[in-house]
Write a protein of this length. Structure first.
Length: 477
């Protein structure tokens, strides 16, 4: 058996897999979301640690720990913790990837170093990433500054913090390091010039190790042998091992990743270049695009009373057309390829004849068209034709949405039988890291539950949606 800790943005889960990487048992704990000011998002690192202990203990209540061969950690990316090396205690709340407190700082840095940072890191300069969060803590938190002066300050993303608590080692992997804006994707290490731009001393950062690698035995007696960012974990868990393989995770938002092999493809159209994983001497890269609002759009439509639940939205959308309605789900601004934090959500085309079915269909089209836009750019940037899209996440349970995605992109959509792909990827990587399997042997575990291949000319609808998208931009200041 193999264990995965899936430390997410709103909850922590432990998932136990059997030898075929099928789910045996799941334990889950939610934790508090902290909003000190408008646009600020924090988590309590000690509370996160407590949830990790609780979910693993729950898994082990009726399991023989000796039969669990290895464990891996997958985590919310970009979120940063500062702690003291002597005490191991956090010096401030974790600053979450969603937090926008460094928007003005990153805007200034972008003016001077935007192109340079993009070339070195594959990222766009944005508060989303870790570096500006670290700099903010050094500049604004007395405890952090004192630890820096004493030489005991340690920074890390959530994987690093948990590995430290579990093993006493200050490490991270290449997938998580590549999301900090301090990692050189060409050299595979921390970059001195980037560290200087953000005034981050190198000694505060973890050692970068392979994604699949033995770290140490944890307090439960289980070998920790993998660390991986959640979206890269899902890419691995979807067995997207080959160049051109694409996965789409649809939860609160959507994350689309394309495996580009050992090729670093820098997008000039707003996509991100990231490390998928490093196994042995080989770094595998990916192109990434994100849609901030997906499941959150369905939740909003329910919360305002238009529909009783997301299932009703899917059912009505499958029976109706959009009636001239277009929805742009830019509630939190626009991610790739626009990176416009001033954009806002938009519903346009309403008439007295508009029905709930029209709105339901427009909602699913708004999600599907957002995904199509990114996939078109991926295919163009990589010069790779996308034939299959592997989907996962809670929203992927909507077959009508998968149908619209297939119709609009012209791509076959596959949903696997095991949809816990993020945790599954961590478990598989742990098995690789501990020497119990390899990528070639893992290929046999690909089992498809639903496959949808639909072709329909939605170009006119997509072009009208793009007009609505343009109207949603630059709304706030």
């Amino acid at each position: 058996m193999f264990l995965a800790i899936d430390q997410g943005t709103t909850s922590t889960r432990a998932i136990l897999f059997n030898e075929d990487f099928e789910v045996i048992k799941v334990a889950r704990r939610k934790f508090k979301q902290i909003y000190p000011k408008k646009g600020w998002v924090e988590h309590d690192p000690d509370e996160i640690w407590k949830t990790v202990e609780e979910v693993v203990d729950e898994i082990l209540e009726d399991q023989d720990v000796k039969k669990i061969k290895a464990m891996g950690i997958t985590n919310q990316r970009e979120t940063v913790v500062a702690w003291d090396a002597k005490t191991g205690e956090p010096l401030y709340n974790a600053i979450v990837w969603q937090c926008r407190r460094t928007a003005s700082m990153t805007e200034e840095i972008k003016k001077s170093y935007g192109d340079f940072i993009h070339e070195r890191t594959g990222l766009v300069v944005d508060p989303y990433f870790s570096a500006s969060k670290m700099k903010w803590m050094i500049d604004n938190v007395d405890e952090v500054r004192r630890a820096l002066d004493m030489g005991t300050l340690r920074f890390g993303t959530i994987d690093s913090f948990l590995a430290y608590r579990l093993t006493g080692k200050h490490v991270t992997d290449h997938s998580n390091a590549s999301r900090t804006m301090l990692y050189n994707i060409h050299s595979g290490n921390w970059d001195d010039e980037l560290l200087n731009i953000f005034s981050i001393p190198r000694f505060t950062l973890p050692e970068i190790i392979n994604t699949a690698k033995v770290i140490d035995v944890t307090r439960w007696g289980i070998l920790l042998s993998a660390l991986v960012g959640d979206q890269q974990g899902a890419l691995f868990g979807q067995l997207a091992f080959d160049e051109g393989n694409v996965k789409l995770t649809m939860g609160t938002g959507s994350f689309i990743l394309m495996n580009t092999g050992e090729n670093i493809i820098l997008s000039d159209k707003g996509l991100l270049t990231t490390v998928g994983w490093k196994i042995g001497e080989k770094r595998t890269y990916a192109l990434e695009g994100s849609v901030f609002i997906t499941g959150a759009l369905m939740d909003w439509l329910v919360s305002v009373g238009l529909f009783k639940d997301p299932v009703e939205i899917s059912e009505l959308a499958d029976k109706d057309d959009n009636g001239g309605i277009y929805i742009v789900p830019a509630f939190a601004g626009l991610g790739a390829p626009h990176w416009d934090p001033t954009a806002r959500g938009l519903i346009i085309g309403l008439t007295r004849a508009t029905t709930k079915g029209n709105i339901a269909r427009a909602a699913l089209e708004g999600i599907a068209f957002s995904i199509k836009e990114i996939m078109d750019i991926m295919a163009e940037d990589s010069d790779i034709e996308i034939n299959v899209l592997r989907v996962d996440g809670g929203v992927s349970n909507s077959d009508p949405l998968l149908k619209i995605i297939s119709e609009s992109t012209g791509v076959t959509v596959q949903r696997p039988k095991v949809v816990e792909t993020t945790a599954r990827g961590a478990a598989m990587l742990a098995a690789v890291g501990s020497g119990l399997t390899n990528i070639e042997d893992l290929r046999s575990y690909m089992k498809v539950d639903v496959e949808i291949s639909k072709k329909k000319d939605l170009r006119e609808e997509y072009n009208k949606w793009k007009k609505a998208l343009k109207r949603s931009k630059n709304w706030t200041t």
